[in-house]
Write a protein that binds this ligand. Structure first.
Ligand code: UD1
Ligand code: CA
Length: 452
């Protein structure tokens, strides 16, 4: 069985925040999540190792095993900590990867494993050729394979010119890895146990070592500071946008558009500037989303138009028009052909098809039927300070401006409320609720006032 060991020891000191480096986010997900999900997609059992961190442990939960280094003595030392797990099954190979290099992908993992097995290597390094190799371990090539990896700090000037670098990911035959780890020392400038030394040792032992040069140079990219993290975010962001463009999604300008990598968008949809689409959101075809929307874990049908809308954990059907300045809070379902206009908040509510809530209203914890009209300034009064209650509004109901519906309350089909009414009792089908006081008109009132 093949396994993965993820090195997650970075403390992220240069990020200047008390968060371990692998937990810093790229396109909304911790870097560690990117690496983990690549391993999951490649169907590898996973162990995360590194210098102590309960934030990482809390994040991972039961998703994989964790083993922490008491002292940070190098990449080789980090992998040594997992020997008890590795020993449980030495039949297959082990992929070692860095928790702070998020762009390793399951394709590269699979292709490099093929090479590793085909060449019968004890170790296969995943490499990349980059323009600026500074800081990375350089690959020392021979005619038949590789001779080893030399770290920047230990390299000669000639070796520093090599542009093929170590990505920090490697396949090891598990049984060989355990043997090789036993032989590395900290006899180098940094006095660290370098995992990279396993390669030269393997060769000395008569084992084979190879390199798999990835076509995707981003596999090596990591972040040491906030500037590096921005570069990763930019690379990931543009890659996602380009994928959507290939799928027929339109962007006349990508300014401020951030789309997380699991979002799905149908062809013909146009995304306008300032729009952030997160989580497991799914948007249909021929929609216009933006400018300035936040869409999180929300499913949207076809032909819908959202302008300056924030929508969270909700479902919005087709041919819906929402905005500007609308907040759709979790648990809402907006059925097709509805119109939700400016300054409306909807929370945990069903809004039936062909309903209009055109401006300045709050609908919370409610079931609103079809063809309902909710006038300006209406509110469902769903909270009495202790508990939340629901309002039911039947099909074709007409809720006059400034109506307060004191929940729990139910309005029948074609029920009407007069403007300014506070509804405290159920309203039957076809009935009108009106609680207006007598209107007094006092002639000449202000005239008198200003004359005195
Ligand atoms: C390492 C490689 C280098 C490669 C580069 C790719 C070694 C000796 N060098 O260098 O050839 O080009 O990665 O990014 O391996 N870690 C621990 N515990 C430790 C030390 C490190 O968990 O004691 C983790 C780090 O958090 C990081 C990973 O291992 O996720 C790599 O360590 P890092 O110190 O960044 O290695 P580099 O010097 O960058
Ligand atoms: Ca590094």
């Amino acid at each position: 069985m093949n396994q993965a060991v993820i090195l997650a020891g970075g403390q992220g000191k240069r990020m200047k925040a008390p968060i371990p480096k692998p937990m810093f986010k790229v396109l909304g997900e911790p870097m560690l999540e990117w690496v983990l999900s690549a391993c999951e997609a490649a169907e590898l059992s996973r162990t995360v190792t590194g210098y102590e961190s309960n934030q990482i442990e809390a994040y991972l939960g039961d998703r994989c095993r964790t083993v922490f280094q008491a002292e940070r003595l190098g990449t080789g030392h980090a992998v040594m900590q997992t020997i008890p797990f590795l020993s449980e099954d030495t039949s297959g190979s082990t992929l070692v990867l860095c928790g702070d290099a998020p762009f390793i992908d399951s394709r590269t993992i699979a292709d490099s494993l093929l090479r590793h097995t085909k060449e019968k290597n004890a170790v296969t390094v995943i490499t990349a050729t980059v323009e600026q190799p500074f800081g990375y371990g350089r690959i020392l090539r021979t005619d038949s394979g590789i001779a080893g990896i030399v770290e920047e700090k230990d390299a000669t000037d000639e070796q520093r010119k090599i542009t093929e670098i170590n990505s920090g990911c490697y396949w090891f035959r598990t049984a060989d890895l355990i043997q090789l780890l036993g032989k590395i020392t900290n006899d180098n400038k940094q006095q660290e146990y370098y995992l990279t030394d396993t390669i030269a040792i393997a060769l000395q032992d008569g084992l084979r070592a190879g390199a798999f040069c990835s076509k995707n140079p981003n596999v090596v990219l990591g972040a040491n500071d906030r500037k590096g993290l921005l570069k990763l975010n930019t690379a990931a962001r543009m890659a996602v946008l380009e994928q959507h463009m290939d799928n027929g999604v339109g962007f006349c300008c990508t300014d401020g558009i951030i789309i997380e990598r699991h979002v799905e968008i149908g062809a013909g949809t146009e995304i306008l500037p300032g729009t952030i689409i997160r989580g497991n959101s799914r948007i249909g075809c021929n929609c216009t989303i933006g400018p300035n929307c936040i869409i999180e874990n929300t499913v949207i049908g076809d032909n819908s138009v959202l302008n300056s809308v924030q929508a969270y954990d909700s479902v919005i059907d087709s041919d819906v028009k929402i905005g500007p300045f609308v907040h759709i809070r979790p648990g809402s379902h907006i059925a097709s052909n509805t119109l939700i206009g400016d300054f409306v908040e909807i929370k945990n509510s069903e809004i039936g098809a062909n309903t209009a809530i055109s401006h300045l209203a709050y609908v919370g914890d409610s079931n609103v039927g079809e063809y309902v009209n909710i006038g300006c300034g209406c509110a469902t009064v769903n909270f009495d300070g202790i508990k939340k209650s629901r309002c039911e509004i039947g099909d074709h109901a007409f809720i006059g401006c400034n109506t307060n519906l004191i929940a729990p309350v139910s309005l029948g089909t074609y029920a009407y409320t007069a403007a300014g009414t506070t509804v405290t009792a159920d309203v039957p089908d076809y009935a009108l609720a009106i609680d207006r006081g007598t209107l007094n008109i006092r002639d000449g009132y202000s005239k008198k006032k200003f004359e005195t």
